[in-house]
Design a protein around this ligand. Structure first.
Ligand code: ZN
Length: 51
């Protein structure tokens, strides 16, 4: 079992029902607000979490 983090605000969002799939990967969000932010500009948030 892995811990999923909201890519927008970095809060833990494991088991959240608010999800979005982007480029074949599912992301979890703490709120609809974060999900909408992500969907508007996913590359911006993914660039931050890529190592
Ligand atoms: Zn969030």
């Amino acid at each position: 079992m892995s811990i999923e983090r909201d890519p927008v605000c970095a809060m833990e969002a494991t088991n959240s029902k608010i999800t979005s799939t982007y480029q074949g990967k599912m992301y979890y969000f703490c709120s609809e607000c974060c999900k909408i932010s992500f969907e508007l500009n996913p590359e911006k948030y993914l660039a931050k979490i890529k190592k």
